[in-house]
Every structure is written in C-alpha cells, then in structure tokens.
Design a protein around this ligand. Structure first.
Ligand SMILES: NC(=O)c1ccc[n+]([C@@H]2O[C@H](COP(=O)([O-])OP(=O)(O)OC[C@H]3O[C@@H](n4cnc5c(N)ncnc54)[C@H](O)[C@@H]3O)[C@@H](O)[C@H]2O)c1
Length: 461
C-alpha cells in the first residue's frame, strides 16, 4: 500500500519535528498533525516561525517550507484520522503517579485514548504506528482496542481493518532535525509484511534501505527502552567517575578521552555533567525496572534502578557542594543560574537537572537569578512549583544581569554562549569571595581564575 495521507496524533517534541521532516522529504504525502491542545496547535500555525512551540535548530526552516503545502497542524482530530492511510500515535507516556506501578510504569491513558479515537474514526484499512515510547507488549493493547472496532461494520460501509506497527523515535532533542534527516537507523517492528513495507516506503524516500531495520513488534518496543537505558547508563557511569576524579586529582575529560579512544567503548556520551534530564531517560529506565520486576527479574531491575539513583545523587551532590563552598549557608545569598533547559539547543525543561538543583538551593535560602536563552519564565515557575517571587528567584534577560551582586555563578546548561563569557567583567559585578560552578565543563576556566574567581568544575580534581 502506497501511503498518501498521514495523521499524527500528538504535536509535541516528537510529533511536530518528525512529521515536518516526513512532509519535507515526501512531497507526495499529505501530513496532518493533530493535538487536543489548542494553544500548541496555534503556536505551530503562528506565521512567526520563531514562535513554534518546540525550539530545535533548523525546525523553523523545515516548517516554513512545508506548512500549508503538505504539512498541516489542526485540532480537528476526527477528520484527520478518517482521511489517513497511516496514523502515528505520538502522544505523551509519562511515568504513572498513582495506582499500580506508580513511580515506575508508563501511564498509557493517552495511548489508550488515541487508539480508541482511531478505532472510532478510521475508515477502510489503516496502518497504526506506535511512535511513542511504550512498554513491551503495548501493541497488544492497541490491537485489542482496534480489533473491537474492526468487528463493528459501519452501516453498509466498507469494513475497517488495521495493522499495528512499532516505530520508536530515536531523535535527540537539540539535534532533532539532523537526526531525522540522517538517522543512524529507523526501526520498524510488526507482524504484517505489507504494513512494514508501506512504512519502510515512506522512510525509504530519504533513508538508505540498509538503515531501515525490521524486527518483530516486541523487539522494537524493547529496543527503544534499552537504547535509552544504555545511553543514560553511560552518563551515570561517567558521573560516578567524575566524583572519583574530583577526590583523587584526576581530570574526567582526560579519562573520558583515554577510555573513549578504545573503539569497544567509543567516545560519545562520555561527558560528565549535572546528570541526565529530558522527558525520556528516567521515565524509560523506570519503565524497564517495572517490567523486570513484573517478570520476576529483580536483580536486573535493581541494576537499572541504580542508574537513576546515581543521577539523583549527582544533582544533590552539586547543590551540596555549592552550599559547602559558600561557607555552609546560602541564606540571602544571590546565585546566578546560567541555563535551565536540560541540554543546549532546546527549550525543553522536563526532568532538567536544574529543577532539583535550584530547589535544593532555594531550600537553603538562596536567591536565584536565572538566565536561559530559550526557556520562558512561566515554564520555570511551573518547574520550581512556586510562583515568581523576586525575593526568591526571578528570570533575567542576560547573563550580565544575573551576576550583579551574586556570590556564585552556577552553569547548568551547555549553551555555547557560556563558552565566551567575559569573566573579568563578570567578576567586577559580583560580591567577593565569589565562585563559579561549572557543571558542564563549558566555561573558560583559566579566564575565570585570572579574574579572581574560585572555580569548581565537575570531574576536575
Ligand atoms: N522528547 C523526546 O526527545 C523523545 C524522543 C523519542 C521518543 N519520545 C517519546 O515520544 C512520545 C511523545 O513525546 P513528546 O516529547 O513529543 O511529548 P509531548 O508531551 O511534547 O507531546 C505529546 C502531545 O500529545 C498530545 N496528546 C495527548 N493525548 C492526545 C489525544 N488523545 N489526542 C490528541 N493529542 C493528544 C498532548 O497534548 C501533547 O501535545 C513519548 O512517548 C516519548 O517518550 C520522546
């Protein structure tokens, strides 16, 4: 079946960029991205491309080329499903907060709701693609919901039929567009060879065939959880060694370089920092932990749980270090926080290490002046679960304004502009003795030291 119309349910960090690239690379396919969130859809349709709800380098240009041509954003979910040959489910799957599996299992209520919508509105044969990251065997649930609709023949019309595929997304925020345009691999899991080839035909319009991997449904679902668990494990591993470097006089950058030169290890994802963030790593590992526990593999569950625990520890460790360095108390002291997003080149703050670190500092009585080039103040207010209070924390429009009268600068995101800060100028605006805490190994340390600042850098003993 050659695909002519696609509907994607969920216009978030995955649905938006993924569908924009599909529309860009497949001009013969009409792509409609639908969402219940009117404000989000309005932002995707904003004539000013700098106001798209997701910040990703290069995304504005792709949307600018396709929107209105073969890329559409809408809240009209039902007609978009009815018209589609293929429906992607790209809805959120956060960790459950209550009930069975709370704190570990994924909350599948949005997947279930969108599968029910597809069951109700689809017409003819529809290929349903799980794009969200899902626990292994979720496709069974999706299939059960769809097959209940399959049995009901709409008054005299053509019977509905469905095929379900798993097609997890491996893009990384901050590099989503190059990741989508030139993926290391595309993974398609399924049982229906025709459906698999239909989806492979979409990707095949720009991805070389040898990079399109075909597996069974369960391998595909599990591969996504496993990929994120392995990536997060590398971050926790290098952060554990960073702490040891600090204690022993070693330099984590030198250690990372030395071990990364071994091609069995590889050089990527060996950067020490304040811990991993983003909506996926923690949630997907916890999901894996839950699955292992469910299948009685308690040792395996504990092994992966420790990756998350080390990440939590690293964030609290950094906050404690700040307190200790500033004579054991932060009461009334001003700290300039540079960067709030969980990584550079995104406006996403979900699970950002900045949340926990800032909360720890606020609890110690610090006053925070926060600067991030892309995160809006209302988002930070939500994340810190406290309304804007200039006496506690506030946002400022530049690093320069953050540092006035500050006792410390805390760099939490590796935005490239932080590599070029003028430390002599910054030092002249701070209260002394003054500190810089570089959790990303991004600043010019020698310039900061030369300006008379005390410098702490993660992993440097
Ligand atoms: N963010 C990433 O980097 C990334 C990478 C790979 C995979 N994933 C996975 O992709 C999935 C989506 O992640 P995201 O970051 O795009 O989430 P998101 O929260 O940014 O977007 C999800 C969107 O789905 C919408 N939605 C929920 N239920 C709906 C329904 N019934 N009808 C219409 N719209 C509905 C929400 O309003 C929201 O806008 C998750 O499972 C996530 O684990 C995310």
């Amino acid at each position: 079946m050659s695909i002519r119309t696609i509907c994607c349910i969920g216009a978030g960090y995955v649905g938006g960029p993924t569908m924009a690239v599909i529309a860009d690379r497949c001009p013969g396919i009409q792509v409609t991205v639908v969402d219940l969130n009117q404000a989000r859809i309005d932002a995707w349709n904003d004539p000013d491309l700098s106001k798209l709800p997701v910040y990703e380098p290069g995304l504005d240009a792709v949307v600018g080329r396709c929107r209105g041509r073969n890329l559409h954003f809408s809240t009209a979910v039902e007609p978009a499903i009815a018209a589609a040959d293929m429906v992607f489910l790209s809805v959120n799957t956060p960790t459950k907060t209550k009930g069975v599996g709370a704190g570990q299992a994924s909350d599948l209520r949005w997947i279930e709701a969108s599968a029910r919508q597809v069951a109700a509105c689809a017409q003819g044969h529809t290929i349903v693609v799980e794009k969200s990251t899902l626990p292994v065997r979720t496709a069974e649930t999706v299939k059960a919901i769809l097959s209940a609709a399959q049995d009901v023949l709409p008054g005299g019309g053509e019977p509905k039929s469905f095929a379900v595929l798993s097609n997890p997304e491996f893009l990384a925020e901050g590099t989503a567009i190059p990741d989508l345009e030139s993926p290391d691999r595309v993974l398609i899991g399924g049982e229906d060879p025709q459906a698999i080839e239909s989806l492979a035909g979409v990707y095949g319009q720009w991805v070389p065939q040898e990079r399109i991997l075909r597996t069974n449904l369960w391998s595909s679902e599990l591969s996504k959880l496993t990929a994120n668990a392995f990536l997060a494990q590398r971050i926790s591993s290098i952060n554990s060694i960073a702490a040891l470097c600090e204690a022993t006089g070693a330099d984590v950058q030198e250690v990372a370089h030395a071990i990364g030169a071994d091609n069995r290890i590889g050089s990527k994802f060996l950067k020490a920092g304040p811990g991993f963030g983003g909506s996926c790593f923690q949630k997907d590992i916890l999901n894996l932990v839950y699955l292992c526990g469910y299948y009685g593999l308690h040792k395996v569950a504990a092994y992966w749980q420790s990756v998350v625990e080390l990440n939590d520890w690293q964030q609290h460790r950094i906050a404690r270090l700040v307190v200790q360095s500033l004579f054991g108390t932060l009461t009334g002291k001003r700290i300039a926080v540079l960067g709030f997003a969980f990584k550079a080149d995104t406006n996403d703050t979900r699970e950002t290490p900045a949340i926990r670190i800032c909360q720890d500092l606020l609890e110690e009585g610090a006053r925070l002046a926060i600067y991030d080039p892309k995160v809006v103040e209302s988002q930070i207010a939500k994340d810190l679960s406290c309304s804007t209070d200039p006496d506690l924390w506030h946002c400022v429009p530049s690093p320069d304004q953050a540092v006035v009268g500050a006792d410390a600068v805390l760099v939490l995101t590796e935005w490239s502009i932080f590599a070029d800060l003028d430390w002599a100028h910054i030092a002249s605006r701070m209260r002394h003795p003054a500190w810089v805490f570089d959790t990303r190994l991004i600043i010019n340390q020698s310039a900061a030291r030369a300006a008379g600042l005390n410098v702490w850098s993660v992993g440097i003993g």
